[in-house]
Design a protein around this ligand. Sequence first.
Ligand code: G4P
Length: 523
Amino acid sequence: MASLQEEVRSRRTFAIISHPDAGKTTLTEKLLLFGGAIRAAGTVKGKKTGKYATSDWMEIEKQRGISVTSSVMQFEYNGYRVNILDTPGHQDFSEDTYRTLMAVDSAVMIIDAAKGIEAQTIKLFKVCRMRGIPIFTFINKLDRQGKPPLELLSELEEVLGIDSYPMNWPIGMGKEFFGIYDRFYHRVEQFRVEEEERFLSLDENGEIIGDHPIKESDLYTQTLEDILLLDEAGNEFSEERVREGTLTPVFFGSALTNFGVQTFLETYLQFAPEPQPRLSDQGEIDPCSDLFSGFVFKIQANMNPAHRDRIAFVRICSGKFNRGMSVTLSRTGKSMKLSQSTQFLADDRSTVDEAVSGDIIGLYDTGTYQIGDTIVEGKKLFHFEKLPQFTPELFVKVSPKNVMKQKSFHKGIQQLVQEGAIQLFRTYRTEEYILGAVGQLQFEVFEHRMKNEYNSEVLMEPMGSKIARWIENEDAVNDSLSSSRSLLVKDRFDRKVFLFENDFALRWFQEKNPDIHLYNPMD
Ligand code: G4P
C-alpha cells in the first residue's frame, strides 16, 4: 500500500481555462481517453453524442439544456492521479467558475490559434494570477490556419503580461501543417503519422537525422529560423518561474485530431505541482500531515428538487478522507460524522471511500456548509484563508413580488448571500436591493432558489453591466457624488462602492475626483 505521502505526491489537480469554443471539452475528452477515467461528476458535455450530465440536475439546467455543474473528473496516467475541475463557460459562467480556481494547484489555458487571447480567458487568467499558480498554455486548432505563432506569443506577453517559453513550435499550419518541432524532447512529432513512427530524431543543430523530404522544404527552413530566434531572443526555461506562475510553458497542437495532446500531458505532469501547503490562520497546513482538512469552494444547490439538498464541494488540503470519519466545522465548532450524509462524485454518484490531499469530494449538505468553510479532523481548529471577493459585472434590482412576504424574501436573500451564491448591495436612503453577479446564470439560480427553497417570488429589474469599484478612502465620499452614471451603494459589509455605467463614466469620475482612490479587489 502506498503511504499517504506517496499518494499525495501522485496528485495533480488543475482546471482548464479558456474562452468558449477554444476546445476545452475536446481536450478534456482526449485527456480522459489517455488515462483510465476513474470517476466523474456529471459528464463532459458531449456535444456530438448529445450526452449531458447523467444525474438529475436542477430544473434550470433541463430547461436550458446546459450543465450548471462544474464537473470534477479524475483519471490515472503513468502513476499520477489527475483531477480536472471544469470551469463552465458561456451562459453558465459564474462566481463558482472563479472559485473553482481556488481549489486547483495549476491551470491549463487553451487558446484558439485563429482567435488568440479572448475576453473570458483574460478574466480567468487574472484569477489564476491572483493566486500565483502555474499556468500551462495549449495553443489549439493547428490543423486550421491561425495567427502566426510569434504573434500569438507576443499576445500572451502583451495582453496577459506573462512571459512564455514555447516547449514546441509548429511546422506550418492548416493545410500545410506538418507537425511540431519539440524543443523540450528534441525531436519532431509528425501530424497524422501513427504511434512511434511519428517521431523524428534531431541532431545537435536541429537537423532531422536521416533522409526525409521535409528537410529540404522552405517550411522546415522557416521553422529552424524561428527556433534560432527563440533560442537567442526568447525567454529561458525556468522551472522555478513556471512554479511561481510568471513563465508559461507553451504547447502547440490540435485537440480534435488528438495531436500533441499526449506530449502535452506528459510534460505537464512532469512540471505541474503536486498538492501544495495551504495557508491558514494557524500557519501553513502540510498536505502530507495525518489529520484531514479541507475547505468548501462551491455549493451546488438543488440536485434533487424534492429535497432541499445540495452538494458542498470540498478540496482536501491535508490527510486522508475516510468514509464515516468525524470532522469539525471550524466556523461553528460543531462536529459531525461524514457518513450516510456523504455522497461522492462518481459516474453514478456512487460512494467513494477514500481520498487524499488534492482530491475533491462532494459532501451531501442540508444547509450546514457555506462557501469558504473549513472542516478539520482532530481537536485543533483552524480556518483556511478566506476566498477572495470577485468583482461583479452584472446587476439587477430585486424586490419581493408579494409585499406581504417580506420575511421570507429577506431570509432567502440573507442566506443565499451568505452562502456566496450572489452579492448584495443597497442604495443609500431608499435602501433598494441590488444584486451583483459575474454571470447571468447566478440571477437565474437565485430566482429559482428563492421560489423553491424560500417560497419567495421575486421581481428582478435588469440594470445591465456596470463597473464596480470599492474606495480606499471612504471618508472622502458622500452621497452627493452619486448619480445615475456613478451610483453609490453599500455592499453587505456596509463598505461604499461605486457602480459606474461604463469605462467612460469611470474615467470621467476619476478625472473630476482625483482624491478619491478607487480599487478593484481583483486587481
Ligand atoms: P469549448 O469546450 O472550449 O467550448 O470547446 P469545444 O471543445 O466544444 O470545441 C469547440 C469547437 O471547436 C468544436 O466544434 C470542436 O470540434 C472544435 N475543435 C476543438 N479542437 C479543435 C481542433 O484542434 N481543431 C479544429 N479544427 N477544431 C477543433 P463545433 O463545430 O463547435 O462542435 P461540434 O459540432 O464539432 O461538436
